[in-house]
Every structure is written in C-alpha cells, then in structure tokens.
Unconditional design. Structure first.
Length: 358
C-alpha cells in the first residue's frame, strides 16, 4: 500500500493509495477516532449502487453507527438544495461534534460532502473515499464547494480531510467519459510542474481504455505529489496555488455556460488548457501544440469550444473567475512546461485568440 503525506499549515494527513486500501478503513477509524460515534456516508446514486455496500460493511466494522445519505450524480449534487438537504439529514439523525462524514464518490460528492463537513456545527471531520481518476485532484488539498448560477465553486471553504483512502479497484467501474475527464487534470498537473511526467504521458498513454493499474498508480502518485507540493506552500491560494487553476479560467466558463453537468469538468478544462497554451505561445512559450492537439484528440477530447457558446458570453463569464480581481482577466500561462505564471490579459487579445482557434 502506497501512502503519501499531505502537509498543509492547517492539517497533515495521509493518502492511502492502491488495491484493497479501503480494507484498512475500520482499523484506521478505531485507532485514530475512538471518540467518534457516528459516521455519515455521503455518496451519489450511481456510486452508491456499485460501491456503497462494501464501504458500509467496512465502516460498520469500526464499531460506530453508520448512516448514509445519497445525493444526485455529478454537478447536480453541488447545489444549495442538496447542501441544505445533507445538513437537514445530519441534524434529523442526531449528528454532533463526535460525528464524521465519509465522502464516497468523485469530485462532486467530495466537494459537497466536504463543504457539509466544513460547516456542520462549524466543522466536523471528514474522510475522502475517491472513486474517480479526477479525484486524485479533488480529494487532496481541501477545496470544498458548491456551485452558484453565477459561477463554479463560488460558495465554499478550504477544509482539509482527515485522510484519503484511494481504492484503486473503484476506478475499474468508471465509464470512459469520466476517465477522460479525470485524465485532463493529470495532464494539467504534468504541464504545470513536470516536463518528464508530461513526456511519460505522451509516450505511455495512447488509449484511455487500456490504462493499466500500474500506470494509474504512477500517474495518480505523480499528480498528487505535484498538487501536494503546491498546497504545502500555499494552502489558501494567495499565490502559487493558482497554478492548479491552469485551464480553468475558460474551462469553468464553458462548464457554466453549457449548464452544470452537461459538459464534464475535465473535458472543459482540457479546452481551457488548449486555449491557455495558445495564449502562452503568444507570450513566448515554445511548445509543440500540434503534437499536443493530435495526442489529446486521439484520446477522444474535443479541443473546440462548443459551437453554441459565443465569445462575448465567455469573456463576461471569465471576468467572474476567482483569480480575477480587476476588470482584466487573470490567466495561468506557461513560460515553459513546468514553469507557470499568472498574467492579466486584455480583452482584445483574449477575443483575438478565441477567434483564431475556435
Ligand atoms: N476540490 C477540488 O480541488 C477539485 C479539483 C478538481 C475538480 N473538482 C470538482 O470535481 C467535480 C468533478 O468530479 P469527478 O469528475 O470526479 O466527477 P463526479 O463526482 O461528478 O462523478 C462523475 C460521474 O461518475 C460517476 N462515478 C463516480 N465514480 C464512479 C465509479 N467508480 N464507477 C462508476 N461511476 C462512477 C458519478 O456517479 C458521476 O455520474 C467537479 O465539480 C469539479 O469542479 C474539485
Ligand atoms: O486545488 C486547486 O487549487 C485547484 O484549482 C484544482 C482545480 O482542478 C479544481 O477544479 C478546483 O476546484 C478549482 O478551484 P476554483 O477555486 O477555481 O473553483
Ligand atoms: Zn479542476
């Protein structure tokens, strides 16, 4: 079993990664959380139908009372209504400060369940039990949130989990589209920090349906290590953490304008990465964008903005991005692969680049 330590100013915690790591959950709870009496598993409809049974059985072995609350799949879970329903369920079922939340699912479940944990009675502990590739990103680092019609993750907190149990076998039931979404964040991690990892991905990953467990282990470990190194330095995004937002300025705008849940997060971020790479080239990055585009297209990604979205609406949406503090949109660009920077780009250039490539 692999274990990666995440160190942030507010908390240090382990990520257990591999086959059968989930079996260690009862002992971990017994040993470290003897004062916790109730566990609330929050999961989504799809994940619960496949994996909840096993997790419930394991959680019960810890000797604690186990409750479950099932939310809708994907972005439909990251709403005020669902957040409120989770809180109401927790109150109605007597959760208190000696209770813990287990978030079983992908990034959407992790984000909403984490935000419930962060705010229930001003904060109770939670553990991330990720079930998607994307969650190598979302389960680590403590960003928890729900969406607002005005923008993605607009209501949230920085709230670290107690631990992450990343059971590799859960990924075996993931649909290819969701794998593709998660792999975009793997690419992002490589581009912002690790040219060798980027080369490894380019050479090794030619078919998302054929990724081996060994390859998963390697890319998840690398991705988490990259994220951990950044979060350690800047937990609350006052500086370098913004680099983890590479591809997200346009990506979040695409997700929002398409209607949450109609476009996967990773697929939108990938389009945002293409755009940010193009802007970076304009600012001097030397990068083989043709090779990149051919590679990602061969993996099934679309590299175009959906036709129904107009450039003016995209720019308006991007102006509400959390990184932007004036009227000029802030992007994460690359100087070289592995060397990101923040740059304010004026609307004229943004529009010109949008028109040139999309
Ligand atoms: N907090 C962070 O730092 C952070 C980082 C990246 C992304 N995010 C957020 O994460 C969300 C996306 O997360 P995600 O891509 O993991 O998706 P998700 O949680 O939306 O899940 C995607 C779909 O896959 C299904 N699914 C999940 N695991 C499965 C499994 N093992 N087998 C079969 N089906 C399964 C779900 O039911 C859902 O239908 C977005 O809301 C994004 O904003 C957060
Ligand atoms: O952890 C971070 O920091 C990230 O930016 C990771 C992103 O992949 C993730 O999508 C995050 O939720 C985006 O955060 P936001 O602050 O732009 O909403
Ligand atoms: Zn993301």
């Amino acid at each position: 079993m692999e274990s990666i330590d995440i160190k942030t100013p507010s908390k240090e915690y382990p990520v257990f990664l591999g086959q059968h790591v989930i079996e260690q959950l009862p002992l971990f709870l017994e040993k470290n959380y003897s004062d916790i009496t109730k566990l609330l598993i929050i999961s989504d409809e799809k994940v619960a139908s496949i994996h909840l049974h096993k997790v419930k059985e394991l959680a019960a072995k810890s000797g604690k009372q186990v409750l479950e609350y099932i939310v809708p799949e994907g972005e439909h879970a990251k709403t005020f209504d669902v957040f409120y329903q989770c809180q109401s369920f927790a109150l109605a079922n007597g959760l208190n400060r000696k209770s813990m939340i287990l978030a079983l699912g992908g990034g959407a479940v992790g984000d909403v369940a984490g935000f419930v944990a962060a705010t229930f009675m001003r904060g109770i502990p939670f553990i991330q039990l990720p079930t998607t590739l994307l969650a190598h990103d979302s389960a680590v680092g403590g960003k928890v949130a729900i969406n607002h019609p005005e923008g993605k993750n607009m209501i949230g907190a920085f709230y670290q989990p107690e631990a992450v149990f990343y059971e590799l076998s859960f990924l075996h039931t993931l649909p290819i589209k969701e794998l593709r979404s998660g792999f975009a964040e793997v690419i992002k991690h490589a581009l912002i920090q690790d040219p060798e990892f980027y080369k490894w991905l380019l050479t090794e990953i030619q078919d998302l349906a054929a990724i081996t467990d060994e390859q998963y282990l390697y890319m998840i470990k690398r991705g988490i290590a990259i994220k951990a190194s950044i979060v350690k330095e800047d937990e609350k995004e006052n500086g370098v953490r913004a680099y983890l937002n590479f591809g997200h300025t346009l990506g979040h705008a695409v997700e929002g304008l398409m209607g949450y849940g109609n476009f996967t997060h990773g697929e939108a971020v990938l389009i945002g990465c293409v755009y940010a790479l193009k802007l970076s080239q304009y600012k001097g990055l030397s990068f083989d964008l043709v090779e990149f585009m051919e590679w990602v297209q061969s993996l099934g990604y679309s590299t175009n903005i959906p036709k129904q979205l107009d450039h003016t609406s995209l720019i308006q949406k991007m102006k509400k991005d959390k990184k932007t503090i004036s009227d000029t949109i802030t992007f994460v660009l690359l100087n070289e692969v592995g060397f990101p920077e923040l740059a304010e780009i004026n609307d004229e250039i943004i529009l010109k680049q949008l028109e040139e490539i999309f």
